[in-house]
Design a protein around this ligand. Structure first.
Ligand code: TMP
Length: 201
């Protein structure tokens, strides 16, 4: 099973991923968790470049670097894990590219991003995408004081990213949207119930 988590910074993805991992492991599942961009050494190094606030990166270069990091993560970790019947959970995936580089940066057309996402993911779609929905106002209350290069992008950018996520979530059946302002345990219960409904039949 391939599960991805999406949402803007501060939406609580990491906390929910850890809770889900623990719950699945209690049930006997083998679970691997990775962050995108990240995972293999190559992808972690690309991540350092992407998030470094000292670098000015052209929007198309940024798009290709996120895609390159993802391709390596798929090849080295995600695809082998899925082949071994593990549950693979990713903190972000290609929907982040659609939201941030597509809607946010408007780097290239959404159709072109869609094609690039298919290439970088080695044509593997998530079975389920959990979208932790949060307004920019609420996200700002939770954002870290030290900002990485992406977090420095400004309000107009983040409003476009949120619009992108909302449109994707409305369009794609694999999305399950939760209200990220709810308590940690309530959000976790909703996610767990959804997974059980989806996979118990
Ligand atoms: P995070 O792993 O701490 O969430 O940081 C990754 C940052 O990179 C975050 O601001 C979202 C951004 N990002 C993109 O802009 N495009 C992408 O494709 C991905 C995966 C992340």
């Amino acid at each position: 099973m391939f599960i991805t988590f999406e949402g803007i910074d501060g939406s609580g993805k990491s906390t929910q991923i850890e809770k889900l991992r623990n719950r699945l492991e209690e049930k006997g599942a083998h679970v691997d968790v990775y962050r995108d961009p990240g995972g293999p050494v190559v992808s972690e190094q690309i991540r350092q470049i992407l998030l470094n606030p000292d670098f000015e990166i052209d929007p198309v270069t940024e798009l290709l670097l996120f895609s390159a990091a993802r391709s390596q993560l798929m090849a080295e970790n995600v695809l082998p894990g899925l082949k071994e019947d593990k549950v693979v959970i990713l903190d972000r995936f290609f929907d982040s590219t659609t939201a941030y580089q597509g809607y946010g940066r408007e780097s290239i057309s959404l159709q072109e991003i869609h094609k690039l996402n298919a290439i970088a993911s080695h044509k593997r779609q998530p079975d389920l995408t959990i979208y932790m929905k949060l307004s920019l106002t609420d996200a700002k209350k939770r954002m870290a004081k030290t900002k990485d290069r992406m977090e420095l992008a400004g309000d107009v950018f983040f409003e476009k990213v949120i619009k992108g996520y909302n449109e994707l979530a409305a369009r794609e059946d694999r999305f399950f949207t939760v209200d990220a302002t709810e308590s940690v345990s309530k959000v976790h219960d909703q996610i767990w119930q959804h997974i059980n409904r989806k996979y118990s039949s």
